[in-house]
Design a protein around this ligand. Structure first.
Ligand code: NAP
Ligand code: ZN
Ligand code: ZN
Length: 347
């Protein structure tokens, strides 16, 4: 066992505070990573506050992890000491079910092992995430991190990047498509960058009028304030796809009305409460409502390589570990430009 420093939530209401934990010994197939940066995802906040239920305290959040390999197991072939490495939202899965066999480990029929708030396959060992000094992960669930990108700006690709890349690939979104991105936060700003890089015509649909300039700088071609009734009306039947990244309950019907005939809205945001969908929002124009969960290991590697090639990185605000509680408050106010990333040296 090796002791690691960390920050944890001890319950749903108190601020996060220092915590010490033990990481396992490096096994044959494991890599030990000294964590250098960890992104702050809205899913961290949902789980810290137990908004989805089932949070196991103390909880060490963080699943946008990048760092340097400090030790490898005797059978490890993909990594050596000193390499850059990344870890995303899960650290294991059953490896035998059809989803795992297809490289869709995030949909593992036995349930993926979450990077935090989960249990290892032994059924008892709790997992702790990236708001910590080091982590030990099986090499098959560890990503190669490109050397040509700014490391602090790569961290958010491990969740926000892959979560938006995967549906863009699945629905083949690109040239000739009009795409609406709902919510310009961590996921939203990566969706803008990736969809634009794939050649789509991108419109940001935001509740924050002051984000227009940023949206255009990020690569959006158009910007609309979704709270404005006249603007919404002018966008009826406009989009082939809508990627919805909103973290709080809101009216899905409003955005469904902006889809063309046969258009699809893909839900990525995971608000704690359900929202009603009117049958007529879908029926009249044969529209579809879909969802998508992060991405598999192979696809995450493909995304990192794509970002390396196209020089795509997250726009980040690097914070110290003890600024995490303020960062959460700002995230609740949609005041994120466009991902907080913790510098682990400050732990
Ligand atoms: P974030 O950085 O906080 O961004 C969310 C954005 O949604 C905000 O910046 C805001 O954008 C908009 N928004 C917030 N409250 C709103 C409201 N009441 N009505 C309308 N718009 C609102 O969050 P994130 O890290 O991108 O995560 C977004 C959601 O995706 C979370 O629910 C998270 O748990 C989920 N998620 C899902 C997956 C997956 O695999 N499907 C993976 C990661 C995260 P504007 O200011 O532009 O309106
Ligand atoms: Zn996430
Ligand atoms: Zn499986």
């Amino acid at each position: 066992m090796a002791e690691a420093k960390a920050y944890a939530a001890y319950n749903a209401t108190d601020p996060l505070a220092p915590f010490n934990l033990d990481r396992r010994e490096v096994g044959e197939h494991d890599v030990q990573i000294a964590i250098r940066y960890c992104g702050v995802c809205h899913s961290d906040l949902h789980q810290v506050r137990n908004e989805w239920g089932g949070t196991m305290y103390p909880l060490v959040p963080g699943h946008e992890i990048v760092g340097t390999v400090t030790k490898v197991g005797s059978k490890v072939t993909k990594f050596k000491e000193g390499d850059l490495a990344g870890v995303g939202c899960f650290v294991d899965s059953c490896r035998t079910c059809p989803s795992c066999q297809e490289g869709l480990e995030q949909y593992c029929e036995k349930g993926m092992v979450g990077t935090y708030n989960g249990t290892e396959r032994d059924g008892t060992t709790k997992t702790y995430g990236g708001y910590s000094s080091q982590i030990v992960v099986d090499e098959n669930y560890t990503l190669k991190v490109p050397e040509n990108l700014d490391l602090s700006r790569v961290a958010p690709l491990l969740c926000a990047g892959i979560t938006t890349y995967s549906p863009i690939m699945q629905w083949k979104i690109g040239q000739g498509h009009k795409v609406g991105i709902v919510g310009l936060g961590g996921l939203g700003h990566m969706a803008v960058k990736i969809a634009a890089a794939k050649g789509a015509d991108v419109t940001v649909l935001s509740t924050s009028p002051d984000k227009e300039k940023d949206a255009r700088d990020l690569g959006a071609h158009n910007f609309a304030v979704s709270k404005d009734k006249e603007t919404v009306k002018s966008l009826y039947n406009t989009f082939d796809f809508i990627i919805n990244t909103v973290s709080a309950p809101h009216d899905y019907n409003l955005f469904l009305s902006m889809l063309k005939r046969d258009g699809t809205m893909i839900l990525l945001g995971a608000p704690p409460e359900p929202s009603p969908v009117a049958g007529f929002s879908l029926i009249g124009k044969r529209r579809r409502l879909a969802g998508s969960l992060i991405g598999g290991i192979a696809e995450t590697q493909e995304m990192l390589d794509f970002c390396s090639e196209h020089n795509i990185m997250s726009d980040v605000e690097v914070i110290n570990m003890d600024e995490i509680n303020t960062a959460y408050d700002r995230m609740m106010r949609s005041d994120v430009k466009y991902r907080f990333v913790i510098d682990m040296e400050t732990l």
